[in-house]
Design a protein around this ligand. Structure first.
Ligand code: ATP
Length: 324
């Protein structure tokens, strides 16, 4: 392999820049040229290529977002779009790619690799922590800490006014951020996409808390909770519950940004380094991941097929008990 292309795709996640830096420098160390592809598959189709040298990635290890930018690209889902993308890669002399993103990004990379026999390695980058084959994905630790910081601040005002706060956090299908930030923030209840929560049960829990002298409560709601989000839950609880003043906070996109945590930076470096080493070793269609603090390769197809949510049952059970 003489020239590798690296790109970020799907939702941005803190740690992507540290990962790009690791890919570029490891590639150069191994005598390869490295090309940055702007805006993921869209840039592949539009030939937005930029040569990266070791200095091109200086001072980015601490930055959130992605300097290569990211995009969602409908055209790449078509055979014509992928043929165009591959032609551009060929013209540029790119003979292997490193894709940083979620399961959609991996699906695209896998299809491209099969159609045109180009080696690809995937790096799990998504704040949702919902990829099989890695205990953690890039950005998840930072996003959870960002949410936790917000919960702590909301608690100050909740406690001062005897208020009940419903805080909505990211996670359409995965409750990882909600569960972990909720446990760490001492939430009264945590509503997850993976588990149905009956509003009457929630009200009973909140009432028991109020009657046992709780001065405030915080309920964390993952955006994919089946009750329809924080505003809907608040509205339904309000109909029957009149102990405290009820407020809603939707944390939204602030959860994606910010400077990556040390955990995410180290993970990003390890995964970027391992991805290039895997290409050097002749691997393809694999995802690099962290399992039990070791870097492991998983077939990219297996990672996609088992796209799963890894909520720890003991945390779910414990969260309910520690909040009595
Ligand atoms: P996140 O988890 O943050 O949403 P993701 O990588 O899953 O990240 P997607 O938008 O699902 O984000 O996928 C990124 C891009 O991958 C898509 O915009 C599309 O260009 C490409 N892609 C997704 N699925 C396919 C597919 N079945 N075939 C070809 N390309 C695909």
């Amino acid at each position: 392999i003489k020239k590798i292309g690296v790109f970020t795709s799907g939702g941005d996640a803190p740690g992507m820049n540290a990962c790009i830096r690791a890919v570029v420098r490891t590639g150069i160390f191994h005598g390869m040229e490295v090309v940055g592809i702007h805006q993921g598959y869209q840039g592949m189709i539009e030939k937005k290529f930029i040569n990266m040298d070791a200095r091109s990635v200086r001072n980015i290890i601490q930055l959130g977002g992605t300097v290569l930018k990211t995009a969602r690209c409908a055209e790449f889902r078509t055979p014509e779009g992928r043929a165009k993308a591959y032609k551009n890669l060929q013209e540029e002399g790119i003979d292997a790619i490193v894709a940083i993103g979620g399961d959609g990004t991996f699906t695209g990379a896998e299809v491209l690799s099969r159609e045109f026999d180009i080696p690809v390695i995937g790096i799990p980058g998504t704040i949702d922590n919902d990829l099989y084959g890695s205990d953690f994905t890039l950005g998840y630790d930072t996003a959870t800490n960002t949410v936790l910081e917000a919960i702590d601040k909301i608690r100050d005002t909740a406690a001062s006014h005897d208020r009940l706060f419903f805080v909505e956090v990211m996670g359409r299908d995965s409750g990882c951020i909600a569960l972990h930030s909720g446990v760490a923030g001492g939430a009264e209840a945590i509503l997850l996409p993976e588990k149905e929560t009956a509003i009457d049960d929630l009200i009973a829990k909140l009432e028991a808390g109020a009657l046992s002298n709780k001065s405030s409560s915080i309920v964390i709601i993952a955006e994919g909770d089946k009750n329809g989000g924080a505003y809907n839950v608040a509205k339904r609880v309000k109909e029957k519950f009149n102990f405290y003043d009820i407020k809603v906070t939707i944390l939204g996109h602030l959860q994606r940004g910010g400077t990556p945590s040390s955990f995410d930076r180290v993970l990003a470096c390890r995964l970027g380094y391992a991805a290039v080493k895997a290409l050097v070793a002749g691997e393809s269609r694999k995802m690099v991941g962290l399992r039990g603090n070791e870097i492991k390769l998983t077939d990219i197809q297996e990672a996609i097929n088992n796209h799963s949510y890894k909520l720890e049952d003991d945390l779910v059970e414990m969260a309910a008990i520690l909040s009595i």
